[in-house]
Design a protein around this ligand. Structure first.
Ligand code: ATR
Length: 260
C-alpha cells in the first residue's frame, strides 16, 4: 500500500515517522512518502499522480485548494471547508478532515472549552478545523489574522467574531489562546506579542516543530498552561489510521514514533 503527505514545504513533516510506527506495530506493508508540491503543481499532481496512492495527508498550503480536485467530500470536510486527509476509494478521491478531532482531543484534557473565550490566531485550514471543534464545544470564539478579510470570511461562515487588531483586546478576558498560523514552524518567532500572556491562559500551538515554540515558551514564562502541537498532530493521525487501515491504534505507539 502507498500513502503520502503533500505540502510545501514538507520536510518538517513527521508523518512518515508516526505512520511508519503504526505499520511496524501492525505489520502492515506500506510506504509513506513526503511530497513537496508547489501550489502551481497541485492540480496536475491531483490529476496524474494522486490515484497511485491508497490515501494521503494534505498539509499547508493545500488544505483548502485541494477541494477543487476531489471527487467527493465528507460532511465534516464540507462544514470545515478544509481537507487534511484523502481516501482513495476504488479510484474515487474522497476528502475528509481529522484535524478537528485532533484539536478537540488535544484541548479537552486541559480545558473544557464550553463557554470559554478562545482567541484563535490564523485563518487557514488548521484554523477552520479548530474553530469547528471549538464551536461544537460551545466556546466563545474570536479570530485574528494577518489578512483581515480571511478572518472576516471565517467569522461569517462559522458565526464567530473577527478582530481587526489585538490592541483593544483585554488579555484578562481571554481563556484559551491558539496559534493556528504557520508562524514558529522551524523558526524562533511568535505571532503574538509576549506582553499578551497571563498566568490564567491556556496556550495551544498547532505547530509541532519545534515542540517548544516561542509562542508556548512566552506563555510558560508567565506560568500559563501549554498544549504542544504533537497532541493535535498525533490525535488527528490516529483518526487517519482508523480511516485508512480500519485499525484503532494506541496513540502511545505514534507518540513513541514521533519522539524517535
Ligand atoms: P494551515 O493549513 O497550517 O492552516 P495555511 O492554510 O497555509 O496553513 O494558513 C496559514 C496561516 O498562517 C494563515 O492564517 C496565514 O495568514 P494569511 O491569511 O495572512 O496568509 C498565517 N501566516 C503565515 N505566515 C504568517 C506571518 N508571517 N505572520 C502572520 N500570519 C502568518
Amino acid at each position: 500500500m502507498k500513502f503520502a503527505n503533500i505540502g510545501h514545504p514538507i520536510k518538517q513533516s513527521k508523518g512518515a515517522q508516526i505512520h511508519g510506527g503504526g505499520y511496524s506495530d501492525f505489520e502492515i506493508e506500506a510506504t509513506y512518502e513526503l511530497l513537496d508540491i508547489e501550489p502551481k503543481h497541485l492540480g496536475s499532481w491531483m490529476k496524474s499522480e494522486a490515484r497511485r496512492f491508497n490515501g494521503f495527508s494534505v498539509t499547508s498550503p493545500h488544505k483548502e485548494t485541494i477541494r477543487l480536485y476531489l471527487d467527493q467530500e465528507t460532511e465534516a470536510a464540507q462544514k470545515i471547508g478544509a481537507v487534511n486527509t484523502v481516501l482513495n476509494q476504488n479510484g474515487l478521491l474522497v476528502g475528509t478532515n481529522t484535524d478537528s478531532i485532533g484539536a478537540f482531543q488535544a484541548i479537552a484534557p486541559v480545558i473544557n472549552p464550553q463557554g470559554k473565550r478562545c482567541l484563535i490566531l490564523g485563518a487557514g485550514g488548521a484554523s477552520r478545523a479548530i474553530i469547528f471543534a471549538l464551536k461544537n464545544a460551545n466556546a466563545d470564539i474570536f479570530i485574528h489574522n494577518r489578512t483581515f478579510e480571511k478572518a472576516e470570511k471565517l467569522a461569517k461562515e462559522f458565526d464567530v467574531t473577527a478582530l481587526k487588531s489585538l490592541e483593544k483586546v483585554d488579555p484578562d478576558q481571554v481563556d484559551l489562546v491558539i496559534n493556528a498560523t504557520t508562524v514558529g514552524m522551524g523558526e524562533w518567532k511568535s505571532v503574538l506579542d509576549e506582553k499578551f500572556w497571563r498566568e490564567k491562559h491556556v496556550a495551544f500551538d498547532a505547530v509541532y516543530d519545534p515542540l517548544e515554540t516561542k509562542f508556548l515558551h512566552d506563555a510558560s514564562e508567565v506560568g500559563a498552561k501549554i498544549i504542544t502541537g504533537d497532541q493535535m498532530y498525533i490525535h488527528q493521525a490516529v483518526e487517519q489510521f482508523r480511516l485508512w487501515h480500519d485499525i484503532e491504534i494506541d496513540p502511545e505507539v505514534m507518540f513513541t514514533a514521533f519522539f524517535e
